[in-house]
Design a protein around this ligand. Structure first.
Ligand SMILES: [Zn+2]
Length: 132
């Protein structure tokens, strides 16, 4: 992936993880990754329309996954797609927690481990600092 594409993806995302919404400035030591929304192994492309900015935690947890199990219904569902879905349609914040509004949101929160202790602690701190 060329530098220009990386810059465009970062700019489009306003330097926020497109899954958990963490801003790059709140994790300056760990540069965010370019995520293939649909992994190459599932025939995803390197096109801008298949790329998203993701923090290291979301990117590692997502890996090449494209689907998950909704913890409420137990049903198989696709993951959130930052290119075609609106964040607020699928997620909401309850204090430092990110919760799913939909099957897609709940499965994505679960697969991407959005509420692991270190992330909740970070969001709690950011809330106290007024940065979230
Ligand atoms: Zn993230």
């Amino acid at each position: 992936m060329d530098k220009a594409t990386r810059q465009l993806v970062r700019q489009r995302a306003d330097n926020r993880c497109e899954y958990c919404q963490l801003h790059q400035s709140n994790e300056a030591a760990l540069p965010f990754h370019l995520d293939h929304v649909i992994a190459i192994k599932h025939r995803g492309s390197d096109d801008m329309e298949n790329l998203a900015l993701a923090c290291g935690v979301c990117n590692r947890a997502k890996g090449t996954d494209i689907a998950g199990i909704d913890p409420d219904s137990g049903g198989l569902t696709r993951l959130f797609n930052p290119r075609t879905d609106l964040w607020a349609d699928h997620f909401f914040r309850d204090g430092p927690l990110i919760l799913g509004k939909t099957t897609i949101g709940r499965a994505t929160v679960w697969v991407l481990q959005m509420n692991v202790e270190q992330r909740v602690e970070l969001r709690t701190l950011l809330l106290k600092l007024g940065e979230l």
